[in-house]
Design a protein around this ligand. Structure first.
Ligand SMILES: [Zn+2]
Length: 195
């Protein structure tokens, strides 16, 4: 069962234009760099800077969103969820098989669940999130053998650059510098966590 599922995911991934392993790695880095640029959009609202993209099977960018939990006052407004919604709206359907989701930090359990239900075929992320990560760190929601949908996962792409953006944000926040919007934000129970 699990072997079959893995092979099926593999064929879906092959919908991405042919590329060698090196070419795919270089493309993943390009996408993570783009997601890092998108992530900086979170800073104006004091949101933790996390950026996410959804790329179509041909590599075209369908969505680019950053974390807007504070901006929207919405606990589910993580970059990945917003990007999945925008991509689904762009293609006019909820199924995103053949698509790649790129995010600057390892998804949390909510986002990993959303990635699964959206049937995304491939996930690329930057920094590992040892406190809340659900794609290998604390949980492994997407590769759990009981999961009905198991995308290919590539983690740790430009991990240092992605972690550095978060580290700088939390350092500024602790110092009370611009980049976060006030004491209410301190109540985030995980403090230094991306989620
Ligand atoms: Zn999340």
């Amino acid at each position: 069962m699990s072997f079959v599922a893995t092979r099926r995911v593999g064929r879906r991934v092959s919908a991405v234009p042919p590329a060698t392993a090196d070419e795919r790695a270089a493309r993943d880095e390009t996408w993570v760099r783009r997601a890092l640029d998108v992530a900086r959009g979170s800073l104006s609202s004091g949101d933790v800077p996390v950026g996410a993209l959804v790329l179509g099977p041909d590599g075209a960018e369908l969505a680019a969103e950053h974390n807007r939990r504070e901006a929207l006052g919405d606990p589910t407004a993580h970059a990945e969820v917003l990007a999945l919604r925008a991509a689904a709206a762009a293609v006019g359907r909820w199924r995103l098989d053949g698509c790649t989701l790129v995010v600057t930090v390892e998804p949390c359990a909510m986002c990993a669940g959303a990635i699964g239900v959206a049937r995304v075929s491939r996930v690329v992320f930057g920094a590992w999130e040892p406190r809340t990560g659900a794609v290998g760190s604390v949980w492994d929601v997407l590769r759990d053998r009981r999961a009905l949908w198991r995308p290919e996962v590539v983690g740790g792409v430009l991990a240092q650059e992605c972690a550095a953006l978060l580290t700088a944000f939390f350092a500024d926040r602790r110092r009370g510098l611009p980049g976060w919007a006030g004491p209410a934000r301190e109540r985030d129970c995980r403090g230094g966590s991306a989620h």
